[in-house]
Ligand binder design. Sequence first.
Ligand code: FES
Length: 228
Amino acid sequence: MGSNPLKCRTDPEPSPSRHQNPLEMTAIVRDQVDDRRRRVLLVGTSAAGAVAAAGVAAPFIASWFPSARALAAGAPVQVPVDKIEEGQQIIVEWRGKPVWVLKRTKEMIEILKKNANADFLSDPQSKDSKQPDYVDVKDGLRSIKPEILVAVGVCTHLGCSPTLKKEIGAASDMGADWPGGYYCPCHNSRFDLAARVFKGSPAPINLVIPPHRYDTDALLVVGEDKKA
Ligand code: FES
């Protein structure tokens, strides 16, 4: 049985809040699906509650995907990316791992392009990191669509799941130079919004970009390669 990637492998009893910020985990694919309907409602946890409390319609994302057994075996997961708002991240489960789907804003994309070869990154061009060859690494985005990052949310150090820190600069709690990214609290690894690791982090390489493709402009498929 594989380890739970949402838990740090070095910490047998982690606090859930240490590894998963429910305010950032806006959606997660649940295993408890109705196989007959094969439909899952991806709902926010605390985020949805907060939105509802604010009197705003809660985000609703629906996806069709295989049974829990097929998912565990590695079946692809369909994600309707048109339902994701700018700046919002959802998390789906693929092969037992969390996969982030972040819709980046124009500002995020500009910063990443500006930092395409930044020397504060360990592997800015992702030469030693894992991603499909149809993902553009030269522009600093590591994605098929510039606005959508698809990355496996498992730290390349010891397997914790980093936390999204999407606020930029002084608006963040990561320092004035923070370009937006992810923070792994287990041993202080930092990654940008293309899942590239910062120098000085214990994580040796960038986070993994899984195989994925778009069947339509609005439908992302995680777990299968882009068609030739
Ligand atoms: S698991 Fe050690 S820094 Fe992420």
